[in-house]
Write a protein that binds this ligand. Structure first.
Ligand code: IVH
Length: 712
């Protein structure tokens, strides 16, 4: 009897032999669909059909318990949770780099190093130049000289455990040649060469066409075939294969270039560090150079740019790293990037294509943004079809009209930009673009306040586009990180009336029955979504603040706020108090290093709106924001203290002193109040020192500050 005819029989009518035969078929079939769903993200049947298979398997097993197979799908309950990669936390965060695009940017960078370190013009800055390869950065941990695990960068704090896949790389030393520190993290880039990428792409394209032809003939086909768009995408996809046997067939390479956490410092300079890497058996990029002084970079940059087309792999610029590691340590980081390194990008690639349409998108703050829809064109290694046109003035200034041939530019990871048009190619009928004065999503007036470039929808909460955009932002990966709540699902939940505010997301568990009725929303999908939601009932305060989508409160500012106010209760209370202009809370907010009065106003405006406070209170009934990152070094005298620097310091710049105080857990502010714990007074200090004396705030001399900060 075939599987299909068996399946049509009632469970009660099956003989033992038939049951055994069907259980074997079901085990194989369910396994196949599990893989299609989880490994390839390409389900071949609906969730409902899948559920029916699982249900049938369960019913047969209930009747013939002695026939339950060792590999039965019902025994693999945990299988879904075990899918994917385990998370690994990096010993030291993996950060990114600031960019330079021209000589001025690079020289501004070296000047800022000099200022920060208070170096005179006579001090020489040596740099190491390394190519910036467009691949996938990884973190390799070695213990007692042995490779123990490796992770992708992930969100910078934790990545995915790809140890088994990395073991398929020939360039990865399994053991370091002695001597080595007991524990060390080594960072590098996994990439693939252009020729390997093109060959693989051609092969995948052929396979995809054949699959399509089979499907057209009505034949059974395997999971969808993915075609990588650029070498980076290919390298990332290959390394993140769940089956390391697939990674093994992909021609991946590795260059090592940086150090993470280390039990002891293996070098004094970056150049010596690269030498160590080579001795240990790593491949260091042969184009790396030690430059004797900063101006040598200008010549070297040009030389590499001219020769880069001949390289067998793509590079999008050069990374310049200050050679002295003691200086690197003093410089530290600002935001997510080091002060001691910069990526100097090569000029962008350009292409021309036809502008087919201009769409208007409504953002979460109501901004109407025009977007170009173009004939697809390859530029800088990817196919481009859309580009932002920023605002109406930009369209008018560049006189961009539908039907024009536009010049497009894309540099590395930078979003495509329209530089201008080719006037000779303008069709006779092309008319200037008229920017709408009503919101395309809700029809409300879209107004442009005098002096501003952005036109905004006035619909607020009644504008569906704004609400949906806010919800998408809320669930985003770097915000609340709710897996499965992407654009499509948020839109569906909103259209069906289940989710109108962030708090509603956490009440979805009461609506399982409703969701079950929707096309494509099977039990598995719903269970996964609810699980992802439940996992986010506790989140770090900084993520929570960022997720609220308040104008100008990006990740960086959210972090500053979380660090300053520490707990949600404190932050909320202070923000409400700050709605009063001139209040102490408003002053405090505006004087947080990196926030300033303009952003303070934005926050105050948000909290002044009754409906925002309501939405927030509803939300905190469901979600608990965890106290802000304790950056404080527990035993530092500055931990949790509010510190102001004034006057000129002799041994370090104000920036360095402030950064150092923050590293020790201090809140650095610009103005002195009764809440200030310490004022560090340098030479020629003015009114702040006087105010400190008036208010009886403790002042420190530079020498006292250095001593308390452990710098001497
Ligand atoms: S150093 C804190 N060196 O560029 C220093 N990064 O934009 C961080 N990259 O995530 C990295 N080549 O994936 C460094 N020679 C190089 C690099 C390099 C490519 C990538 C890396 C990193 C990104 C930062």
């Amino acid at each position: 009897m075939t599987d299909a005819t068996l399946r049509a029989r009632k469970v009660e009518a099956l003989t033992e032999e038939e049951a055994q035969q069907e259980l074997a078929a079901l085990a194989a079939e369910i396994k196949h669909h599990d893989e299609a769903y989880h490994k390839h993200d390409a389900p071949e049947i609906t969730d409902r059909e899948y559920d029916a298979l699982v249900q049938r398997n369960r019913a047969i097993e209930a009747r013939f318990p002695e026939l339950v197979r060792a590999d039965s799908p019902s025994r693999r309950v945990g299988a879904e949770a075990a899918e994917g990669f385990a998370k690994l936390r990096h010993g030291v965060p993996m950060l990114s780099l600031d960019n330079a695009f021209a000589e001025e940017d690079f020289l501004a960078f070296t000047a800022s190093i000099r200022r920060f370190l208070k170096l005179g013009a006579e001090e020489v800055l040596e740099f190491v130049a390394e190519p910036k390869i467009d691949g996938l950065s990884i973190n390799l941990t070695y213990e007692n000289g042995e490779f123990v695990r490796g992770a992708t960068r992930g969100d910078g704090m934790e990545g995915e455990d790809v140890t088994r896949n990395l073991l398929t790389l020939r360039d990865l030393p399994r053991k370091l040649k002695a001597p080595f520190p007991a524990r060390i993290e080594i960072r590098g880039e996994v990439f693939c060469e252009k020729a390997d990428f093109l060959a693989f792409r051609a092969q995948q394209q052929k396979a995809a066409e054949e699959r399509e032809a089979r499907r057209a003939r009505g034949e059974k086909v395997g999971p969808a075939i993915t075609i990588p768009v650029n070498p980076r995408n290919f390298a990332a996809g290959s390394l993140r294969q769940l089956d390391p046997a697939i990674s093994a067939q992909r021609p991946l390479k590795l260059f090592a270039y940086a150090m993470g956490e280390a039990s002891e410092q293996p070098a004094e300079t970056h150049w010596a560090w690269l030498e160590r890497l080579k001795q240990w058996g790593f491949v260091v990029n042969p184009l790396s150079r030690l430059l004797p002084q900063e101006h040598a970079a200008v010549e070297f940059q040009k030389q590499v740019a001219d020769g880069r087309a001949a390289l067998s792999y793509d590079i999008d610029g050069m990374v310049y790293k200050l050679n002295r590691l003691d200086w690197q340590r003093r410089l530290g980081f600002v935001g997510r990037a080091p002060r001691w390194a910069i990526a100097w990008k090569f000029p962008a690639e350009q292409a021309t294509t036809k502008l087919l349409d201009i769409e208007i998108q409504v953002g979460r703050t109501g901004a109407l943004t025009p977007r170009a829809v173009m004939e697809p064109v390859g530029v800088g290694g990817v196919m481009v079809t859309h580009a932002s046109l920023h605002n109406e003035d930009e369209i008018a200034r560049k006189d961009i009209r539908i039907g024009d041939t536009v010049i497009l530019q894309r540099a590395g990871d930078v979003i495509p930009q329209i530089l201008g048009i080719v006037p000779e190619k303008r069709p006779a009928e092309a008319k200037p673009f008229v920017f709408p004065e009503t919101c395309p999503a809700c029809g409300s007036h879209a107004v442009r306040p005098p002096g501003e470039v952005v036109r905004r929808c006035t619909g607020g909460l009644i504008c569906p586009a704004q609400t949906v955009e806010r919800l998408i932002h809320f669930a985003r990966r770097n915000a609340m990180d709710i897996e499965g709540l992407g654009i499509e699902n948020v839109q569906k939940l909103f259209d069906e009336g289940l989710v109108k505010s962030p708090a509603d997301i956490f009440r979805l568990k009461n609506h399982v029955e409703t969701m079950r009725g929707w096309e494509g929303w099977g039990a598995r999908k719903i269970a996964k979504l609810l699980e992802a939601i439940e996992a986010r009932r506790r989140v770090p305060l900084e993520r929570f603040i960022f997720a609220l989508g308040i104008r100008r409160i990006g990740e960086q500012n959210a972090k500053l706020l979380a660090r300053h106010y520490h707990s949600f209760a404190e932050w909320r209370a202070k923000m409400i108090a700050a709605t009063t202009v001139g209040s102490e809370a408003r002053e405090e907010l505006g004087s947080i290093q990196g926030i300033g009065p303009a952003i303070a106003t934005e926050l105050a405006d948000f909290f002044a709106e009754e409906h925002n406070r309501q939405a927030l209170d509803e939300l905190t009934k469901e979600v608990t924001p965890e106290d802000g990152a304790a950056t404080a070094v527990a035993d530092s005298p500055f931990a949790g203290k509010s510190v102001v620097f004034t006057g000129t310091l002799g041994t370090m710049s104000r920036d360095e002193a402030e950064a150092q105080a923050e590293r020790l857990g201090a809140k650095v502010t610009k103005s002195v109040s009764r809440k200030t714990d310490f004022v560090v007074v340098g030479a020629e200090a003015g009114s702040k020192a006087t105010k400190a004396a008036e208010l009886g705030v403790k002042t420190l001399t530079e020498a006292e500050w250095r001593q308390m900060a452990g710098l001497d």
